[in-house]
Design a protein. Structure first.
Length: 290
């Protein structure tokens, strides 16, 4: 067999594999595009300024008007509180596993429980907060209770993503810092974390996207309200997933339109948060000298 025949066979195999890769990509994108198209085409009917600036107070199921302002406020506050709880805990856990664990018994136990938490159904997190925070301690339904349930779901994603990013930091950077007499904790703060910052931010946004559309934990911990509640620590507080769930179950076209518009709003919020995170990561990237 000549060299020309061998090279021709390799080119054909390369083209065949490339076609398979493109086909797999197309098959993965088609459901995403179809869902986006369905939500956008149906949600634009009620996606207007009134929908974004008004609540559902005194709006009946068949009444026109109303909006998702109270649900938008609730979702943003709940995501912010959940991130404030889960990100520090998840990041410190990842730092321990990578920098201090050294494969010990405690680090293995932590890794095991993180894996278990990854597979916990979302409704179980809601039931746990309901049983402990609301029923046992007697505290009211609130956005903070929902944020605690969401933080339970966020934590394993933050831990695993931050752990992988920290492991990708070259050991040469750590050794160079140690050789200069820098303490380990200062090396982690000044060298390791800035190097892995972009990947950690991406992992946090994946965790946020994971919980932004969760409905079951909020049903058990936040409850329903048609009014604006800016205080996430006192009283029921609406969220966009709850609004979509509530409006989609009402027997009227106006309510269904509000449900589609709520789903579109939720998608746009997640996309906007991801865009902001990308901009922050780009701004802090080493390529810009920061």
């Amino acid at each position: 067999m000549t060299i020309q025949h061998i090279s021709t066979g390799r080119r054909m195999k390369d083209r065949f594999v490339r076609v398979l890769v493109y086909l797999a990509f197309a098959l993965a994108v088609v459901p995403l595009v179809s869902v986006l198209w369905l939500v956008i085409s149906n949600g634009m009917a009620r996606f207007d300024l009134e929908f974004l600036t008004h609540s559902m107070r005194n709006i009946g199921a068949r009444d026109a008007g109303g909006g998702a302002y109270h649900a938008i406020i609730g979702t943003l506050e709940q995501i912010l509180l959940a991130s404030a709880i889960s990100v520090p805990i998840g990041l410190f856990t990842a730092i321990y596993l990578v920098e201090y664990g050294n494969g010990g018994r405690l680090s293995r136990a932590i890794s095991f429980f993180v894996d278990v938490m990854t597979g916990v159904p979302s409704i179980v997190a809601g039931l746990f907060v309901l049983a402990f925070w609301i029923l046992f301690l007697g505290l009211p339904y609130s956005g903070f209770a929902g944020a605690m349930a969401l933080s339970i779901l966020m934590m394993p994603t933050v831990v695993r993503s931050a752990e992988e990013m920290l492991r990708l930091v070259p050991n040469d950077l750590r050794e160079a810092s140690y050789a200069l007499g820098v303490a380990k904790w200062r090396t982690i703060v000044k060298v390791v974390l800035p190097t892995a910052f972009t990947g950690i931010v991406t992992g946090v946004m994946l965790a946020v996207a994971r919980v932004a559309g969760e409905t079951a934990p909020l049903l058990l911990t936040v409850f329903f309200t048609d009014s604006i509640n800016n205080d996430p620590f006192n009283g029921p507080q609406m969220g966009l997933p709850l609004l979509v769930f509530d409006q989609a179950g009402r027997p009227s076209d106006t309510a269904i339109d509000r449900a589609w518009a709520g789903a579109l709003t939720l998608i746009l919020i997640v996309m906007l948060l991801n865009l902001v995170a990308r901009l922050i990561a780009w701004w802090r990237s080493p390529a810009r000298g920061r």
